[in-house]
Design a protein around this ligand. Structure first.
Ligand SMILES: [Zn+2]
Length: 394
């Protein structure tokens, strides 16, 4: 009898012990969710590398992405940034942008069993079901259209699916967050650009723009907009980040904020340090121009101002969580800025991505919310932009 009672007690104990207490349960659940999801990053700056001898299919010790590390990180869809410094303008900007676009086209042509060039949400779903990387293109800076709507139409024809209205300097028709205000937001032509983007089914990207440009674009755009790589200013004061008011207004019109992982965007201490060192940084970047010198410039600054605070990858999750608390999980996504600057400790490259999903699982996020954040919100946004375009052109 005693034995029966003991067995009964043991069984009872097992049945009330929640399985969640097993230390690796959340990790396993996160892995399952992550590696079966469409994980779509809306801003990756690897594109210039595609124009060199660098091989997408090889694993590299430098940079933040390549095919083997994407596989390990479960990253299966990305917007290749058609990036260009804002100071390159005129026909040269158009020609250089075409060369960058051609490099993305060539990547897909060279690797037909691994990469699918996508221009619609349906294409991205198809790529995922075929086990291929979905390659999309977003243009980082309105200066590349050379003040010409026909040129914008050509880029849309070539497959570009978002246009960041400005990069770090003003264009002739829009103010940038990195420059002195000149146009009080968008000019009349700037508003025409937004209308044309709506018509073409190309997303209006408000990352990099001045706050007033954001509000002007929001008022004009008939389709929801994207912030392809911006974080939350309430957590870190960088002017490239969005205020709570902006995030709410973006979401209210169906838009999505894609959280940027760059260390100086997500960590306020590091942001304050970068403010303190700004003047010296400007001088150094004239002496050592180009993104390839970023590490060297930081080294020089640390010699002068002491070590820069270290940002942890966990701040990325803080920014996601802040935006989700503000506007819900349907309006938040991922826009890493991989290969576009310095990553926080623990997010050294795209192979570390599953950590974000695991952190969300541990925070108690629902599986459907996690899948939306990982990629489905962007697809819904693309579908809505496609629908608005059809409505305008019918
Ligand atoms: Zn950028």
């Amino acid at each position: 009898m005693k034995r029966v009672l003991l067995i009964f007690l043991l069984l009872l104990l097992c049945s009330i012990s929640p399985t969640a207490q097993k230390p690796d349960d959340a990790g396993e659940r996160a892995k399952k969710i992550h590696f079966s999801s469409i994980v779509l990053d809306t801003h990756i700056d690897v594109t210039p590398r595609l124009q060199t001898e660098w091989k997408f299919t090889d694993e590299h010790a430098t940079g933040h992405i390549d095919l083997p590390r994407m596989k390990r990180g479960g990253l299966n869809a990305l917007f290749f940034s058609i990036y260009m410094r804002g100071t390159i303008t005129g026909q040269k900007a158009v020609d250089d942008a075409k060369a960058r676009i051609a490099a993305v086209h060539k990547l897909a042509q060279d690797l037909p069993d691994k990469v699918l060039l996508c221009t619609t949400a349906a294409d991205v779903r198809r790529a995922h079901s075929q086990g291929k990387i979905a390659a999309l293109m977003g243009m980082e800076g309105g200066h590349m259209i050379n003040n010409s709507l026909p040129t914008l139409r050509m880029f849309a024809e070539l497959g570009v699916r978002y246009l960041t209205l400005t990069h770090s300097v003003n264009t002739d028709w829009a103010d940038s967050s990195g420059d002195q205000p000149k146009h009080n937001g968008l000019t009349d032509f700037g508003k025409d650009v937004v209308r044309e983007l709506n018509r073409l089914g190309v997303m209006v990207d408000i990352s990099h723009v001045a706050d007033k440009t954001f509000w002007d674009a929001l008022a004009v755009s008939k389709a929801p907009m994207v912030a392809s790589h911006s974080s939350c200013r309430a957590l870190s004061g960088h002017s490239r980040n969005m205020t709570d008011e902006m995030i709410k207004a973006l979401a209210k019109k169906g838009g999505v904020i894609q959280i940027n992982y760059l260390d100086s965007f997500i960590d306020n201490d590091l942001y304050l340090w970068s403010q303190k060192t700004q003047a010296a940084r400007r001088e150094l970047s004239q002496k050592y121009p180009g993104r390839e010198n970023a590490a060297k410039i930081r080294e020089e600054l640390e010699k002068q101002f002491g070590p820069a605070p270290k940002a942890s990858w966990e701040r990325i999750v803080d920014h996601i969580d802040h935006a989700v608390k503000l506007v819900g999980a349907d309006h938040v996504g991922l826009g890493s800025d991989f290969d576009g600057g310095s990553m926080p400790v623990g997010m050294e490259d795209c192979s570390k991505l599953p950590k974000i999903t695991e952190a969300l699982v541990r925070k108690g996020y629902k599986e459907s919310d996690i899948r939306n954040i990982l990629g489905l919100n962007t697809l819904r946004l693309m579908e809505e932009v496609e629908r608005v375009s059809k409505q305008i052109t019918k």
